[in-house]
Ligand binder design. Sequence first.
Ligand SMILES: NC(=O)c1ccc[n+]([C@@H]2O[C@H](COP(=O)([O-])OP(=O)(O)OC[C@H]3O[C@@H](n4cnc5c(N)ncnc54)[C@H](O)[C@@H]3O)[C@@H](O)[C@H]2O)c1
Ligand SMILES: [Zn+2]
Ligand SMILES: [Zn+2]
Length: 385
Amino acid sequence: MKAAVFHKIGDISVDNVADPRIEHDEDVVLKVTSTAICGSDLHIYDGFVPQLKDQVLGHEFMGIVEEVGKGVTRVKKGDRVVVPFPIACGHCFFCNHELPGHCENSNVDHYGPEGNLTDQKGGGMFGYTDLYGAYSGGQAEYVRVPFANFGPRVVPDGMEDEQVLFLTDIFPTGWSAVDWAQMQGGETVVIFGSGPVGLMAQKAAWLQGAKRVIAVDPLQYRLDRAMKLNNVEALNADDDDLIQKIIDMTNGRGADVCIDAVGMEASRSVGEKLKAVINVEKGTSKIMENCFKAVRRGGTVTIVGVYASNYDNFPVFRIFDKGLTIRTGQAPVQKYIDKLLGLVRDGKVVLNDIITHRLPLSEATHGYDIFKKKEDDCVKVVLKP
Ligand SMILES: NC(=O)c1ccc[n+]([C@@H]2O[C@H](COP(=O)([O-])OP(=O)(O)OC[C@H]3O[C@@H](n4cnc5c(N)ncnc54)[C@H](O)[C@@H]3O)[C@@H](O)[C@H]2O)c1
Ligand SMILES: [Zn+2]
Ligand SMILES: [Zn+2]
């Protein structure tokens, strides 16, 4: 079959690879009908999340069940399903606590309680490096889906692929970022990053009762899209007075909730890049730090942007002094997906309006290139195998 294969930093090509097959009783094999490129894929592409061997990428995908293992009871051949990106067994301690990203059974070789950069990671993910389970991803014609009694959800008849594709990751991720703040209604929410995840967090913030939603991004075309699609206020991230502006807009206190939907690959000055080299850091923690500055005392910062490094001089004092609540991590997609599918089905939210590019899988290399370079006003690329 054909699949988008990561070879080395900056090198992804569409190659012929072996077809996936059933390896365990609870596996299914899907014929992929739609798949998307995520900002998280760029961390592998750019070398911020390391992968030494070739790997089929892709953790946002859906398709038709082609083959089922003999222990699969929840889906059958011919079902059309969307698949959460965390691979999780559904019955371990963490799965029972609605924390599928920390499943104890899906990352056999590199799982551990302490959490470190090598052999103590969380649960497995599709197409997300050997350290996260070495699973082939879904930017491919076919994909093996383990634990098929827990992950895949059948799509109701009449719903198009593009309406539900983002239930695999980015809508539940944006939803988590807001849900983690446990809003009471009437809050001002500032969302750093107006890429696919930021746009989804904006939608979730309105749905969860925000009074004001403010988007921050250095790219004007992405801010324009956010204002048009999600009716948010917008601030340019390159504004020297950015934090002061947020404080001025919020009665001199700061926002109730700040969300980091950017992660470690935020835009940086030469000086910031030099600091990273000297301190042996990957990227920057500046977006988190901006959140800590721009949030009000006693407020909440949630971090869904990905980090794969430690950082020197991390502002622990500011967090303590302001009495902040912080929540972060991979989104527990399985926890939210049924409720969110209901919101889409009932017309409470539209997700596919963020798609800017639809390409055949054979053009995945080009898709990665324009998404990474933010060319051609690219926001979200959907690939069709
Ligand atoms: N936690 C999770 O479960 C989860 C799931 C999906 C994605 N993610 C992560 O979310 C992040 C965003 O993903 P995406 O798909 O939207 O990627 P993206 O790269 O398209 O979006 C990042 C956005 O941040 C903006 N940005 C860059 N520097 C900035 C700055 N200094 N201030 C404000 N904005 C800045 C970029 O212009 C871009 O619009 C990535 O780190 C991705 O890995 C996490
Ligand atoms: Zn993703
Ligand atoms: Zn589990």
